[in-house]
Design a protein around this ligand. Sequence first.
Ligand code: UT7
Length: 331
Amino acid sequence: MKNAGQSSIRRAVPVGIGHYLPSRVVPNSEFEAKVDTTDEWIKSRSGIERRHFAADDEATSDLGINAAKAALKDAGLTPDDIDAVIVATSTPDLTFPSVATMIQSGLGMTRGFAFDVQAVCAGFIYALSTANAYIVSGQASRVLVIGAETFSRIMDWDDRTTSVLFGDGAGALILEAQDAEGTSEDRGVLAVDLHSDGQYRDLLYVDGGVSRTQSTGVLKMEGREVFRHAVEKLAQTAHTALARANLSADDVTWVVPHQANLRIITRTAQKMGVEMDRVIVTVQDHGNTSAASIPLALSTGVAEGKIKKGDLLVAEAIGGGLAWGSAVLRW
Ligand code: UT7
C-alpha cells in the first residue's frame, strides 16, 4: 500500500518478448559420427537433445534482428519507440562496431544509442540490469535488451567435452518505464544481484582474441569445476535478489534459469526449495546458448502460455569470468 504523500517510482516493465532460432536443428546423433560420444551420454549428463546452428551466412546480428522484430511486434511498437538497444553477446559479428549498432541499423533505427555487454553466459542478466538502471534513472524510457549468440563459431569440433553442449539463437525483451507503487507487487524489475570473480577466468575461456592472438580462438572449459561453482552460487544469488525485493522463493511463480545443464538447473531449484514444475526448461531443445538462453527461455515460457502477466520470475545465470547474477522480475 502506498502511504499518503508517497510519490510513485519508475519501474522497468516488460512490454514485449520474442526470439529467433536458426532453422538448422542438430540432434545429438550428429555428434556420434564426429567425436567419441553418444546421444545417451549427452542427454544424461546435460539434458541436451538438440540445438540450432546458424547458417554460414547468418551472423549474430541477423539472429538478434529477427528476435528484436518479434519482440517489437509482441509489444505493438516500432523501432522509433526505442531509446536504447543493449545486446549481450560474446560472439559478435566483428570486433567492432557492436552487434547492437548492427541490430539498430537492421531495424532501421537512426535515433537512440546502442552498445554491447559482454558477461558471457551471465550477459543477459548484466544487460537487463544495465537497462533497468537507465530506465530507473530516467535516461531512457524504452530499452530493447537482447541476448544473441553464435557459439557454433567458437567450438573446437574435436573436443567432445565442449562441442556437444552449445547452440545458437537470440531472444529479445523490451522494457518500458512505468510509474509504480514501489512495492514487491509492482510489475517490472524488482531487484538485481551481480557478481564476478576473475580469479576463475581459466575455468571457461576462449583461447583467442584481438589483443592476445589476433585470432578468434575456441572455447575451453573445465566443465566439472564450472558445474561445482554453478551449484554453489546460483541458488545463493537468487536468494539475495529475492531478499532485496522483500520476497522469498515461496513467492516465485517461475524460475527462469540459464540453460547450460539440466542437472545444474535441478540442483539449483532444489537448493532454492522450488519444485521443477515451477522451472522453465528449454535446454533439451536449445543446448547452451550463453547470453541468449534466458531470453529464449522467457520467450518460450510466454509462448507456451506458462508465464503470465503478474507472475513473479527469478532469472539466474553463471558463466565465463566467472560472472554470475540474478534478477527478480514481475511479468
Ligand atoms: O554456460 C556456462 C556455464 N557452463 C556450465 O554450466 C557447464 C558446467 N558443466 C557441465 O555442464 C558438466 O560438467 C559437463 C556436461 C560439461 C560434463 O558433465 P560431468 O558429469 O561433469 O562429466 P565430467 O566432465 O566429469 O566427465 C565424465 C566423463 C569423463 O571421462 P572419465 O574421465 O570419467 O573417463 C569425460 O572424459 O565423461 C567423459 N566425457 C564424455 N563422454 C562421452 C566428457 N565429454 C563426453 C562426451 N561423450 N561428450
